[in-house]
Design a protein around this ligand. Structure first.
Ligand code: DAH
Length: 340
């Protein structure tokens, strides 16, 4: 018995040492130590031994098993290391080769400018309030103090789906939805697409983008509007930028203003960008009309607010010197690549 175990162990140890692959090693393990392996078979033969001989024989077989298991584990480790080293050598990647650099996408110019505007106003504490592109007459007009027979409706050539349902012609609809849900103090920004039945040309598109802003709290005055929008213009067009506020008219604000920024190109002396005036119109704004606050269940004697609406496409074109509005909608990759 002792000799048999020794012979088997020596033979197996030799084979383990010579094995070249993990799978060959595994074959040896199964053949010798497996359930119906050679060593296991010897253990089974113990029943032929006398009871006095059995413990000694059992010890010999177990020692042999341990020895072989250790040898297999050691050889496996060596083989694994060899495999790894071989792979590291063979699969070296030359990171200096750049011909396959993937083409990186970039942001669309409208997205770049929108993100900048959003960053500025959220830094002042505005929340972003989304609202639907398909609206009812009530939110797009009625609640904004534009009743059915109001001439201001003529200014916005609206896509009606039914008598009552339309594609929103202004993000101002978002003001109403927000004020219905959130009571003051309230600061919000609502960027989005708007739609008007305009023919496509260099300055018109049936789909364009606006960013609506609204602040409502106790004691908000025209000074807050001026300070905020002046800061915005300076952040956006440069610290030297001046602003001017011209009286205007919107049904949902009273008083209403049109805000101009001094032309960033010529600094106010007059050039082709500002058509010689030195000023560029950047947005419409005003103090929220009392009727609008009442429509949203807010007491206009307790709260006041200001609102503004920026035409995103116009501002983007100004910033990048794009003269034709259509270019930003065509998504020609050669045009868009310039903004990466
Ligand atoms: N909704 C206006 C438009 O489409 C823009 C606007 C002007 C929004 C004044 C406002 C505002 O909130 O106060 O022409």
């Amino acid at each position: 018995m002792k000799e048999k175990v020794k012979a088997l162990t020596d033979q197996a140890l030799r084979e383990i040492g010579e094995s070249k692959t993990q799978s060959a090693l595994n074959d040896i393990r199964v053949r010798v130590l497996g359930k119906s392996g050679e060593l296991t078979a010897l253990l089974r033969n113990m029943k032929d031994l006398s009871p006095e001989e059995r413990p000694e024989a059992g010890k010999i077989v177990n020692e042999a098993r341990e020895k072989l298991e250790e040898a297999i584990a050691a050889r496996l480790k060596t083989l694994d290391e060899e495999t790894l080293n071989k792979r590291l050598k063979e699969e070296r990647i030359d990171i200096t080769i750049d011909e396959k650099t993937p083409q990186m996408g970039g942001y669309h110019p409208l997205t770049i400018v929108r993100n900048k505007i959003v960053d500025f106003f959220t830094s002042l504490g505005c929340i972003i309030a989304d609202s639907p592109e398909i609206e009812t007459d009530y939110y797009n007009f009625e609640a904004l103090n534009i009743p059915a027979d109001h001439p201001a409706r003529e200014m916005q050539d609206t896509f009606f789906v039914t008598d009552n349902i339309l594609l929103r012609s202004q993000t101002s609809a978002g003001q109403i939805r927000t004020m219905e849900k959130i009571k003051p103090p309230l600061k919000m920004l609502s960027p989005g697409r708007v739609f008007r039945a305009d023919e496509v040309d260099a300055t018109h598109s049936p789909v364009f983008h606006q960013i609506e802003g609204l602040v409502v709290d106790k004691g908000i005055t025209l000074c807050d509007l001026k300070g905020t929008l002046d800061l915005f213009a300076k952040q956006f067009f440069g610290a030297q930028t001046k602003t001017r506020f011209r009286p205007s008219y919107f049904p949902f604000t009273e008083p209403s203003v049109e805000v101009d920024a001094s032309c960033a190109r010529c600094g106010g002396t007059g050039c082709n960008v500002c058509k010689g005036t030195g000023w560029i119109e950047i947005l419409g704004a005003g103090m929220v009309n009392r009727n609008v606050l009442v429509n949203c269940g807010i007491d206009p004697d307790e709260y006041t607010g200001f609102a503004f609406g920026v035409g995103l496409d116009r501002i983007t074109n100004l910033i990048y010197g794009i003269s034709d509005l259509r270019t930003v909608f065509e998504n020609d990759i050669r045009f868009l690549k310039q903004f990466n």
